[in-house]
Design a protein around this ligand. Structure first.
Ligand code: 26W
Length: 822
């Protein structure tokens, strides 16, 4: 056995050194003297990847020999971030690699900065998928992630004169050392064309789809290393390519140039991630992306199933469960029906039986503008056979609705997959519920609202179908790897198995009052704040005081998340300080990270407003000892890993009922930040865990929000009744923050007054401001603050993504772990 593939237990520092140097020489063609950080990073990745691939091979062999049932996680997004630190930690090789590199005169921390983020996702939904595949591998569960190999991930954000500009993300420009191309598993996918109806000998109607175009799907595998390094699953991402098969016709007919343009079209499919988060765009290319990766993935799954079970479909749903991450992959439902009915020639009922035992669907949002609907005409053009199948599914489903509610056309209209109107629309949410055996929301309150408001009749029809699985986060990335000092302190106090048994953090509770532990805990927080302050200085030029409260709001920019509520309060503090220079407050730095969808005008206006207010405050000597505002550009996973360990306060201030769960809230609390938040999403469960004395809850509840809307909400009531609020909103219309450009911030004021303030910012302002005052007072009691921070960390056990996965396994997937033979 070669030295490079040595067992991990025997794999020591000098083996790692040898492997890195060997790759420097033999893979990169350079040497120790010439290599820059980028080359060192690549060589180190290659050395780690050898270990990863050996374990991947063993995992695949074990799964094959045991003919395991597996979950297939279909997601248009996987927000993986960087993989080097994660893989080293999960393999247990971090420390010795660090030392090995030191001996080679190289800093691991420095070379890890060379790795571009794999930003193949927008936000919460994509990052959740990444945490889930980490947990699946850690728990030794057979699982495959399926998605799209976007050439460009989420745009890179630059801030120019306060405004967001979008630049293409080119994460793969210098290659991705973690991925492996699998040309042996290329798939072909059909698009466009027409459906021919034929009559078979037995009089049976046969449908044949004659596609107008065929594209190839090239699979790229990213190994997913479980903690402990035993199971290595794969994330399989499909890249589109023109299929030469189709283009030869055009080519031979003398259409050389046209053939080239067909190439461009096919390759467009996986070019770029749609940057919309929670707004449905209805674009043709997006539907093609969704179908493309679902069709490739289904073919891949079926090929693997047939290798073990031949043409016997009876065991398909015993071996295969497919989890739909929101409705983005819902087109997989009619696609599987098409394969079973048209290709395998199963009867409709048998096919439907298999199909509806295979799929399960997770809902991530209640916002009406995020619920996907496709024009029936668009589906007809791109996927003519699928539209027929959708109509057939709907026709049979309507008969069931008729049985349950005879003659009730209102309910039929509501539950139909097809929305009637001047243009027929296909509702992907309804299709997903009807075609799945389980549907879940992502936090208790969210799942309740899914049942009560979004799908109440479906819940009546199938009382056990709708359930809850509260989200979680992987503590490997979001504590162990990103906050090494705190992790070491925790190891010292309670042992080192908390990364796989997060409820063990509870053992820290007994140290929460211990002065020494409080000091150690807060010393690490301060050290992390010093490091972030340095980063802030180098990214923005702004100097911040690590002793000030670091108040952090990091998430996509959206009205419902209410970054502008935070901003209004910052302006209130500023105004109080100007009116009363001795206004008593703890020094505070408000830190934002947020990307706005490029077409979301008001979200971009809010980013601009934050930056203009920040500029004025940071340069105002009257207040900038006490108040600073930082907007860190290009928020992404790797930046989150630096911000979260340094946060004192976590802003989770969405309008109640709007944030399905949130997961940043869990990461921040786990790292000892105290939450100021509304009774929304997982905040409610966080409050339940940490205790209401260790969290700052404020604002309207879901019931109060509903009531206020029902009685007719008028933002002017709050404007005229709160002099401070009025002054702040009027301030936005002056040129105080935008010298020479009065009105540059007025869209914000407009949206909150004449625009109707749909997310009740003004209604919650006073309660928020008071809660912030409590935060300020609490911070002055250093010991109690330390105690609260410790208790937050100690009581986050519930929010490990391992627990989420356990819930999925027990309630939905019914999977068994599979030990990998060494
Ligand atoms: C079609 C456009 C579109 C794109 C993305 C609609 C909806 C989405 C996602 C569902 C948005 C999203 O990321 N939702 C977030 O999912 C997280 C994981 O469950 C939750 O924690 C967040 O609360 C939810 O906003």
């Amino acid at each position: 056995k070669s030295k490079a593939l040595a067992e991990p237990v025997n794999f020591n520092k000098s083996d790692i050194k040898d492997a890195i140097v060997r790759h420097l020489h033999c893979s990169l063609g350079t040497d120790e003297n010439k290599a820059n950080n980028h080359a060192w990073w690549k060589a180190a990745c290659a050395a780690v990847q050898e270990q990863v691939l050996e374990r991947l091979r063993r995992t695949q062999k074990s799964h094959y020999l045991n003919d395991t049932r597996a979950v297939h996680y279909f997601s248009a997004e996987f927000l993986m971030g960087r993989l080097m630190s994660n893989n080293l930690h999960n393999l247990g090789l971090f420390e010795i690699t660090d030392q090995a590199l030191q001996e080679l005169g190289v800093s691991l921390t420095d070379i890890m900065e060379e790795e571009p983020d794999m930003a193949l996702g927008n936000g919460g939904l994509g990052r959740l998928a990444a945490c889930f595949i980490d947990s699946l591998a850690t728990m030794e569960l057979p699982a495959v992630g399926y998605g799209i190999h976007y050439e460009h991930g989420l745009f890179r954000q630059e801030i120019k004169n306060g405004a967001q500009i979008e630049r293409p993300d080119s994460w793969r420009d210098y290659g991705n050392p973690w991925e492996i191309c699998r040309p042996e598993s290329i798939q072909e996918v059909s698009l466009y064309g027409y459906v021919e109806t034929k009559y078979g000998e037995n009089g049976r109607i046969q449908k044949e789809w004659h596609p107008g175009s065929i594209v190839k799907g090239i699979p790229w595998d990213i190994p997913v290393v479980g903690f402990g390094g035993k199971t290595v699953n794969v994330l399989r991402l499909w890249e589109s390519q023109a299929s030469n098969y189709f283009n030869w016709d055009v080519f031979n007919a003398g259409g050389y140039v046209d053939a080239q343009s067909e190439n461009v079209q096919a390759e467009t499919i996986s070019k770029v991630l749609y940057p919309n988060d929670e707004t449905e765009a209805g674009k043709e290319l997006r539907l093609i992306q969704q179908y493309f990766f679902c069709a490739c993935s289904l073919k891949d799954i079926i090929r693997r199933y047939k290798r073990a079970h031949g043409d016997d479909w009876s065991r398909f749903s015993d071996q295969v469960v497919i989890q739909l991450n929101d409705t983005h992959p819902a087109i997989a439902i009619p696609e599987l029906m098409r394969i079973l009915v048209d290709r395998a020639e199963l009867g409709w009922d048998d096919a439907w039986e298999i199909c509806s035992k295979t799929f399960a669907y997770t809902n991530h949002t209640l916002l009406p503008e995020a619920l996907e609907k496709w024009p029936a005409r668009m589906i007809e053009k791109i996927l003519p056979r699928h539209l027929e199948i959708i109509y057939e599914i709907n026709f049979r489903f309507m008969a069931e609705v008729e049985k349950m509610w005879p003659g009730d056309n209102k309910i039929k209209q509501k539950l139909s997959i097809i929305e009637e109107g001047n243009q027929k629309m296909v509702r992907m949410g309804n299709l997903s519920v009807i075609g799945s055996f389980a549907v879940n929301g992502v936090a208790e309150i969210h799942s309740k609202l899914v049942k009560k408001n979004l799908f109440p009749e479906f819940d009546q029809m199938w009382p056990d179908k709708l359930t809850n699985v509260t989200n979680g986060i992987t503590p490997r990335r979001w504590l162990k790897a990103c906050n090494p000092d705190l992790s070491a302190l925790i190891d010292k106090k309670i042992g080192n198995d908390w990364p796989v048994k997060l409820e063990k953090l509870n053992d820290l509770v007994k140290f929460a009052d211990e002065a020494k532990f409080q000091k150690d805990f807060m010393k690490i927080k301060l050290k992390n704040k010093v490091a972030l302050a340095k980063e802030v200085k180098s990214l923005t030029g702004i100097e911040i005081d690590p002793k000030a409260i670091f108040d952090v709001q990091i998430k996509r920019l959206h009205e419902y998340k209410r970054q502008h509520l935070n901003l209004l309060h910052i302006m209130a503090l500023y105004r109080r300080l100007l009116e009363n220079p001795s206004y008593d407050m703890e020094p505070r730095v408000f830190i934002f990270g947020a990307k706005a969808a490029p077409g979301y005008k008001l979200a971009k206006d809010i980013i601009y407003a934050i930056n203009m207010v920040a500029e004025r405050i940071n340069n105002d000597e009257r207040v900038n000892k006490k108040l600073k505002v930082v907007f860190l550009p290009n928020y992404r996973v790797s930046l989150a890993e630096k911000m979260i360990p340094a946060a004192d306060v976590s802003e989770q201030i969405s309008t109640a009922g709007k944030e399905a769960s949130g997961t940043g809230n869990m990461k921040l609390s786990l790292n000892g930040a105290l939450t100021i938040g509304t009774m929304d999403g997982a905040n409610i469960e966080i409050a339940e865990e940490v205790g209401e004395e260790n969290i700052f809850i404020f604002g309207l509840t879901v019931e109060e929000v509903d009531k206020l809307h029902a009685q007719g909400y008028n933002p002017y009531d709050y404007y005229y009744n709160n002099a401070e609020l009025k002054a702040i909103l009027d301030w936005l219309e002056t040129d105080y923050f935008t010298p020479g450009k009065p009105g540059a911030l007025s869209s914000l004021k407009y949206s909150l007054l004449d625009g109707g303030d749909p997310y009740l910012v003004l209604a919650d302002f006073d309660a928020y401001s008071k809660a912030q005052h409590k935060v300020d007072l609490a911070y002055r009691d250093t010991k109690n603050w330390a105690r609260m921070a410790i208790l937050n960390c100690a009581r986050m056990g519930k929010f490990t993504s391992d627990r989420s996965i356990r819930d999925y396994v027990e309630r939905i997937w019914k999977l068994d772990a599979c030990k990998v033979d060494e």
